[in-house]
Design a protein around this ligand. Sequence first.
Ligand code: G6P
Length: 601
Amino acid sequence: MCGIVGYSGKRDAVKILLSGLSKLEYRGYDSAGIAVCGDSGAVEIRKSKGRLTELEKKLGDGVITGHVGIGHTRWATHGEPSDVNSHPHKSGMVTLVHNGIIENYVKLRDKLKTRGKSFASDTDTEVVAALIDRYYIGDAVEAIFTAAAMLRGSYALAVMFDDRPGEVYAIRKDSPLVVGKGADEIIIASDIPAFLSETRDYYLLDENEIAVVKDGGVKFYDYVKGFHEKELMTATWDVEAAEKGGYPHFMLKEMHEQPATLRDTVFPRISESGKILENELKDTSFIKQIRIVGCGSAMHAGLLGKAFIEKYARVPVTVDIASEFRYSSPVFNEGDVIVLISQSGETADSLAVTKLAKEKGIKTIGIVNVVGSSIARAVDNVVYTNAGPEIAVATTKAYTAQVAVLYLLGLRLAKDRGTIDDARYGEIVAAMRAIPEKAAEVLTHEDEYKRLASIYQGAHDMFFIGRGQDSALCCEGSLKLKEISYMHSEAYAAGELKHGTISLITEGVPVVAVATTEAMLEKTVSNVKEVSARGAAVIFVSQLEAEGGFYKEKIVLPTLDEAVMPILAIIPMQLFAYYVAIARGCDVDKPRNLAKSVTVE
Ligand code: G6P
């Protein structure tokens, strides 16, 4: 997601900002911009949709010069990628860049409007600039603290004030920011690679601590300690590794990002009063039947969505693969809504279904990760998954974000239709809010999943079985394994095994058996006993207690409401697939023959 660079020193700020931003390109972005305090003291802004080269074109022949500035690469979340939505944003005396998501920006914007503020962009960031400006009466630190206290969500900010040439202020909460220290210069950045070629010395900015950068030096301030000293750290990373945030592969990094991405998916969508998806879906009364369509993992997310929506909202749901659906002469009824799920928003078959829907006059909702992508633009309503850029071909964090959005949609429909009582609604909402923390807990057992991977990496075939929501989950667990490790793998509804597949179970064949619901536990266990009696090596994945003896290994999931447990249960399977692939020497980030975005049919 977005990248921030800030500079104060003696050198050409434009050069340093552009070089820093280029080092943050790996984070993914769709627009870029810089603001530089010129030698005359005026703040000059240049920004552009597209790559850094587009911005460079706008900068022309170096008309903007100065020794202090801020820069940004934006990965759109609020408002499409465009020149006007790009950062920096300016309001009154304040110019700033921002990473993160402000959950209460609509409310704040409405209030600021009543106080005469106007807004040029659709972003949550411009609201932050206006808020700081509103409280700025000469004391920059005070104004930033006052505004920050009113923000809900995550932010990293680099701020400049018109009447404070030569100064840059930075603050962060739940979004990274580090402060590089060179000889007579300071470089603020989202990540160390942005300044690694200039200096290895840096400070880690704490939550809600302000860095005051002036004349190439920095001071730190927080409410409790006032101005204080900080420990200077030294980076030992090489540039290449640092671009993956220290992880050997993007896939591993993206799996580890899930607590944060799930927070960004879920939290902004639940208001303080417990209302869900208010901004994205004004009305749901027109929805009589949902037709979920997607490809690959997006379709698998749809299977979990079906189980949840039908159970809690009592709305019938069909799930189809886009390449089949578009040619299947689908029968539509009044009140049908097509829900398109796509990480990239560019998958050719899924995009074709949005066109088909238009032709037939069917309403569409998109669950999309990439803001401003073709599907996001083509659908009637879009709910962004806010998972940030996903670089590894095999999706992990975008998939869990898709499932989370489908659960939110199911809850919203259940509430609107009165098919869920307040107590149960409250329980599931609380469980959704607990997901980030519980996902972090699952990740702490990584060594265990790695150990299992080392035992089973040599297998020829592997099976994933479960019932109900677990059957849907197994489809994704199995796909993850086969796509990156090239091990043959199949997912089966546990109750269907006896109709054929059980003939493939022989001594030592690994079977992952998933049971996350009380209601299906006994039935699943009896199917698992059938395979273990035929020699299968069973890895049982569950948070539930079941009499032992039928499994060889158990992956114990944390306690959480079973309605949302699949979001946690997939994480060990993702990591298991990753470590099997590593053990088999596969290129996990770029598996053979596969593409991240399939833009042809
Ligand atoms: C490719 C990717 C998968 C993804 C699928 C659908 O096959 O490798 O990870 O699930 O496309 O892509 P989409 O961008 O539409 O979600």
